[in-house]
Design a protein around this ligand. Structure first.
Ligand SMILES: OC[C@H]1O[C@H](O[C@H]2O[C@H](CO)[C@@H](O)[C@H](O)[C@H]2O)[C@H](O)[C@@H](O)[C@@H]1O
Length: 439
């Protein structure tokens, strides 16, 4: 009756595959000290891929392992590639002013205000625009051609990230930078239109997974500040598509409670079963303990799914908390993901109402009610006053449904056990009352 869940794999680009080879060679040549695998998959080509590959294959190699010398590899990289980050240009955000009018009116302490203004000034440092070259010849870049200006997390993360954008937007709204906030949402909608979901980040090697789904929360926050109905009109179809993605066959799991009631919940489930290109050398080393190809593939799938959770990497996803190779992200129903999807359902209902679309509003209020019940039936633990992640008995097997067992709740304490308190719906009962009483 049960069948093995197939892992859908979203193929990457020939450029990413080639850059992984360069990455591996660089590790052999330059050694582990200060090695950052991501740097190599962020390089962009100066010439076309076949010419570059030909030159790479022609590099002189020596010794048993065919090592390339430091000098030859440095020369090859300088000749054939632009530096990582060269394809993203510094950008002056249109709505940035050094001290916005009405900035954080409740913050009176002068030192805290000065610090807040320093943080505010970071928006200028972190704003970028994808260069025209990426749009003209996308095959030379792993950076994706987003249409609008972007705000990047910074440091080695020189592309847009999905869930980082939520906090970026919260900050931008405090800084009164509404246009920049809307541009970020436009980019994320572009990703949904192009791929069917918001990618982990705007790189060709991130197309196989998403990240904690907070797009609806971004639209909701912006609408509350700006009352921009056009933004809502543009966003709603993308939000409906994203909701379908997180409830798709691979993400959705049904749990039957003791009363025989079925509850649908979602899990992280990347569409990938190979090393992550941005950390390929590290992932291969971690997987070297497994002998069979299918065990390796399962492990890679769970690594990419942990990256999809935004919690890469936490003991939360491990069967044995001291052994990384027991990572089993896809066999866990996470509290936080389901709360984000519940929030998405409530936001969609709210936004549909803004557009006068009553049918969508009603169907999403119903979906939210069902998920709230599922969260309380499957995750809530009255004795401990928390919502716990739920371990599936056999996550890789697709069954019609699985019967709830108390022993499958992971009773370790993580911040995510309290995420339901983010949603007003949970304030009147359970954890909130419990926390107030304990306090
Ligand atoms: O701030 C950006 C993100 O940084 C971390 O994850 C990202 O880097 C990983 C390795 O380079 C990659 O595998 C992962 O998919 C990326 O999202 C952090 O864990 C994320 O929470 C954060 O969004």
């Amino acid at each position: 009756l049960s069948i093995k869940c197939r892992v859908t794999v979203v193929p990457t680009t020939p450029l990413v595959t080639f850059l992984e080879r360069v990455q591996e060679t660089a590790l052999d040549t330059f050694g582990e000290k200060n090695f950052d695998a991501k740097l190599y998959v962020d390089l962009s080509l100066k010439l076309n891929l076949s010419k570059t590959e030909k030159a790479f294959d022609g590099l002189p190699r020596s010794g048993e392992n065919g090592t390339v010398s430091v000098k030859a590899l440095k020369e090859f990289i300088a000749t054939y590639f632009d530096d990582a980050g060269d394809d993203l240009l510094y950008y002056d955000p249109v709505d940035f002013v050094p001290e916005p009018e009405g900035f954080l009116p409740k913050v009176k302490n002068p030192e805290v205000r000065a610090w807040a203004l320093e943080v505010h000034a970071l928006w200028k440092n972190l704003s970028r625009k994808v260069s025209d070259g990426v749009r003209e010849q996308p095959e030379l870049h792993t950076l994706l051609p987003l249409p609008e200006a972007v705000v990047v997390p910074g440091s080695r993360f020189i592309e847009v990230y999905y869930w980082d954008s939520y906090w970026v937007i919260r900050g931008l709204l405090s800084s009164k930078m509404y246009e920049t906030a809307k541009a970020i949402v436009t980019n994320l909608i572009f990703l949904v239109d192009t791929y069917g979901y918001v990618l982990n980040g705007s790189r060709a090697y991130y197309t196989n997974r998403s990240q904690p789904p907070l797009l609806s929360a971004m639209v909701y926050e912006i609408y509350n500040r700006t009352c921009d109905v056009e933004l809502v009109r543009k966003a709603l179809p993308a939000l409906l598509k994203e909701h379908a993605f997180w409830n798709s066959e691979i993400h959705k799991v049904t749990i039957q409670d003791a009363q025989g009631c079925n509850h649908n919940l979602s899990r992280y489930y990347a569409m990938w079963n190979k090393p992550r290109p941005e950390s390929s050398t590290k992932d291969k080393e971690s997987a070297s303990k497994f002998l069979s190809n299918s065990e390796k593939q399962q492990f890679y799938h769970d690594i990419a799914s942990a990256a999809e959770s935004g919690w890469d990497f936490s003991t939360r996803w491990m069967r044995n908390t001291s052994e990384f190779t027991t990572l089993s992200t896809t066999s866990i129903l996470p509290v936080d993901l389901n709360v984000y999807i519940l929030k998405m359902e409530l936001d969609i209902a709210f936004l549909a109402n803004v557009l006068g679309n009553k049918a969508t509003m009603e169907s999403f209020l119903e979906a939210a009610e069902a998920r709230k019940n599922a969260i309380n039936s499957v995750f809530w633990n009255g004795e401990k006053g928390q919502w716990f992640d739920y371990r599936l008995t056999n996550g890789t097997i697709c069954k019609e449904s699985e019967t709830w067992q108390a022993c499958n709740q992971n009773q370790n304490v993580y911040a995510s056990n309290f995420i339901p308190l983010w949603i007003d719906l949970f304030h009147s009962d359970k954890g909130f009352t419990f926390l107030i009483q304990s306090a």
